[in-house]
Design a protein around this ligand. Structure first.
Ligand SMILES: *Cc1c(COP(=O)(O)O)cnc(C)c1O
Length: 431
């Protein structure tokens, strides 16, 4: 499979090159050159297929012959070693829980898949080692660190804002050791991200270190997120209702992967995006004006994104036409108070504990369902509520049992290197 840059000013590349580079040299996101729908028989018989087979069928055309079938299946078996339960929350509304992986964030699947692809490409050690550089506001870093732990030939450097991630998130970032290093930045998440961007533009690393990103701009982190939508379809197919997915969104990688699944033929009736105060896309759908803005801090902080990087891929999937997009996507945004109220009401009325991101997905789905019936709605629950304890209502926080994945890191010793500017990052990377 060949990939082209959505800035249209860079050469086409293979899957391998796109994964190693992350971003095209013209700063554009990579996009597959052709997309072939899966045969009808695949959807007619999906209930007889296991998750690994479904995932393999969905991803194989994007990998092509660059990873042999047996290796790709082994990678998928390893990556998808946990459950993706559909939990009924109320009539016609289900939560798709994506948080049962090792760091309890949905990003586990993409991070693990990307790590294993890089590990495969590096197996003969003919290429130079790769350094994955990632800035995190909390959730991404843990998933990436865990996904890449112990992968040969790949070092991971994570920048996180000191004092601005939850204790659990910090432990997940700083206690792994081996090929993972946490840089604790005296600054904000935006400062971390600015430094990472500067590093990617800095020519001084050429020939010394191959830097790559593990954000959802990387196709190997983005595309495996398609699997969730196939799994949900398989679970809900027998209801014979139209399927609507509501996705709490920040960089729009997850929802865009759902749209890619739809492009492969998955019968999805409509997508809904829920956001916090960073409401760029709902605004765009309402007004037709696309205006990015500096991100504002909210309690659903994994979605505090003011310039959603994957939106350009969504436009590409909809012929760059807003009317086509409006037929397939609705968007709603919510304040922190509305979000907390939804967490409270889900607990009181539905006996369901949602994290703030999932609660926004739920609210957006409810808003959409006012317009249409005969729908089976699914909202994506993107993180375990334990990851966001400091912002959960106290009486609900008390009820959350600590999962084993989290318990395991709590006793471990934090190790980080403190930095406060780009010069320090650079001397660390070049050392
Ligand atoms: C990253 C993240 C999101 C947003 O996903 P995008 O693919 O960036 O839109 C939502 N919820 C949680 C918990 C996340 O970690």
């Amino acid at each position: 499979m060949k990939y082209f840059s959505l800035n249209h000013n860079a050469p086409e590349v293979s899957f391998k090159e796109a994964v190693i580079k992350g971003l095209a040299p013209d700063r554009g996101l990579y996009f597959p050159k052709e997309i072939k729908a899966l045969p009808d028989t695949f959807f007619q018989t999906i209930e007889n297929l296991d998750n690994i087979t479904i995932a393999y069928e969905a991803i194989k055309q994007f990998v092509g012959d660059e990873i042999p079938k047996a290796n790709l299946k082994a990678i998928l078996t390893d990556v998808l070693s946990f459950d993706f339960p559909i939990v009924t929350v109320e009539e016609n509304i289900a939560a798709l829980e994506l948080y049962h992986g090792p760091t309890m964030a949905f990003k586990d699947v993409g991070a693990r898949f990307m790590a294993r692809c890089l590990g495969y490409f590096n197996k003969d050690k003919t290429d130079q080692d790769v350094t994955v550089l990632v800035a995190t506001s909390g959730d991404t870093g843990g998933a990436v660190a865990n996904g890449f732990l112990g992968v040969d030939g790949v070092d991971v450097t994570i920048l996180y804002p000191s004092g601005k991630v939850s204790d659990i998130q910090e432990k997940q970032l700083t206690t792994l050791g081996q090929n993972i290093t946490a840089l604790e930045v005296d600054g904000t998440f935006d400062d971390c991200q600015t430094m990472v961007k500067e590093a990617f533009l800095d020519e001084d690393y050429h020939g010394k270190r191959q830097l790559t990103s593990a954000n959802s701009i990387n196709i190997a982190r983005w595309l495996p997120q398609m699997f969730y939508f196939f799994f949900a379809y398989k679970a809900l197919k027998s209801s014979n209702k139209k399927l609507v997915f509501s996705v709490p969104s920040g960089n729009y990688g997850n929802i865009c992967a759902g749209m890619m699944a739809q492009k492969l033929g998955l019968p999805v009736h409509h997508f809904v995006t829920g956001t916090n105060a960073n409401n760029i896309i709902p605004e765009y759908l309402n007004t037709g004006l696309y205006s990015t803005k500096p991100s504002v801090q909210t309690i659903s902080n994994a979605m505090d994104v003011g310039a959603p990087s994957n939106f350009i891929r969504i436009q590409e999937l909809h012929n760059n036409d807003i009317e086509t997009l409006r037929l397939n996507l609705s968007g709603y945004s919510y304040t922190d108070t509305e979000t907390t109220n939804a967490v409270e009401s889900l607990f009181a009325n539905n006996d369901y504990i949602a994290d703030p991101h999932g609660a926004i997905g739920y609210l957006a789905l409810k808003a959409y369902l006012k317009k249409e019936n005969q729908i089976q709605g699914v909202f994506l629950e993107t993180a375990h509520p334990i990851k966001f304890l400091p912002v959960m209502p106290k009486h609900i926080a008390k009820k959350i049992e600590i999962p084993v994945q989290i318990e395991q890191v709590l006793d471990k010793q934090k190790e980080s290197i403190k930095i406060s500017n780009y010069k320090q990052l650079k001397s660390y990377l070049l050392a």
